[in-house]
Design a binder for this molecule. Structure first.
Ligand code: CAA
Length: 263
């Protein structure tokens, strides 16, 4: 499918999805969200893809939020549908089987911060700015921010961000655990590509098992989480990658993982 508000490129097991409405700082309108849903479906069906990178086009923004021109016209009923649509697509991103990295190159505000929160981890440019400024528009976050942010950084820090709408620098976002690493703007993409390449050398079945186990365990008590881990560990042995990985170690060579989710 040809996209106009996003770009999707796949090479060497790595898919890169770029939000591409630079004149509106990559704001999320319905058309962009529909394209994102379509792109996630195609990534899901591509056995060769092992990692997804999300980033924004232009120098200023990852995503500056949901499109305010669209929000301004919504009735309460339409607003509920808009939030549900955005939440469904962002949940689709979060539950994608493969690891997803956010390369936050600029503003990640409102829906943009919420998009990054649904990724497995965030690398950011030193110029990135994070925030949930919806309160300043007389609304609240509607694409998962009130739920994912407190789960990641704790309720009190999340409430401070949500109640004040204040912008956080990349360094502040790193200090509270929102961002894993920060880089000079010109070094961000190379750093993200490096970690994505490293992840892409691993077996797809074990990558997906690891992601699913961490995510499911976070919503469970420890004993249940350990049970989820045991089952997923056992299932890894059904993939040829477990044989390849252990044999390669014993034969003192690098493993070459060829298994996919269905093997
Ligand atoms: N929606 C629509 N258009 C947006 C936008 C958004 N979220 N953010 C920026 N733009 C547009 C601006 O209107 C402007 O368009 P024009 O050139 O046609 O005037 C263009 O992008 C460039 O923006 P600015 O001139 O404002 O650039 P700046 O450098 O002065 O400021 C900014 C940058 C601080 C990010 C500022 O644009 C801003 O505050 N944007 C809004 C951020 C925001 O409130 N996001 C939350 C949206 S609501 C939401 O996301 C709800 C939800 O959870 C579902």
């Amino acid at each position: 499918m040809a996209y106009s508000s996003i770009e999707l490129a796949c090479a060497d097991g790595i898919a890169t999805l770029t939000f591409n409405r630079p004149k509106a700082l990559n704001a999320l309108n319905t058309a962009l969200l529909e394209e994102l849903a379509e792109a996630l479906n195609s990534i899901k069906q591509d056995d060769a893809v092992r990692v997804l990178i999300l980033t924004g086009s232009g120098e200023k923004a990852f995503i500056a939020g949901a499109d305010i021109t669209e929000i301004a016209t919504l009735t309460p009923l339409a607003a509920k549908k808009f939030a549900q649509f955005g939440q469904e697509i962002i949940s689709k991103l979060q539950t994608l089987a493969i690891p997803v990295i956010a390369a936050v190159n600029g503003y990640a505000l409102g829906g943009g911060c919420e998009m990054a929160l649904a990724c497995d981890f965030i690398y950011a440019s030193e110029k990135a700015i994070f925030g949930l400024p919806e309160i300043t528009l007389g609304v609240i976050p509607g694409f998962g921010g009130t739920q994912r942010l407190p789960r990641l950084i704790g309720a009190n820090l999340a409430k401070e961000m949500i109640f004040t709408g204040k912008h956080l620098s990349a360094a502040e976002a790193k200090a509270i655990g929102l961002v894993n690493k920060i880089f000079a703007p010109e070094e961000l993409r190379a750093a993200v590509d490096d970690v994505a390449k490293l992840i892409a050398t691993k077996g797809k079945a074990s990558l997906c098992a690891a992601k699913q186990t961490v995510n499911q365990g976070l919503n469970a008590d420890l004993a249940t989480g350990l049970g989820i881990e045991r089952d997923a560990f056992a299932l890894c042995l059904a993939s040829p990658d477990a044989m390849e990985g252990t044999s390669a170690f014993l034969e003192k060579r690098k493993p070459v993982f060829t298994g996919n989710l269905h093997s």
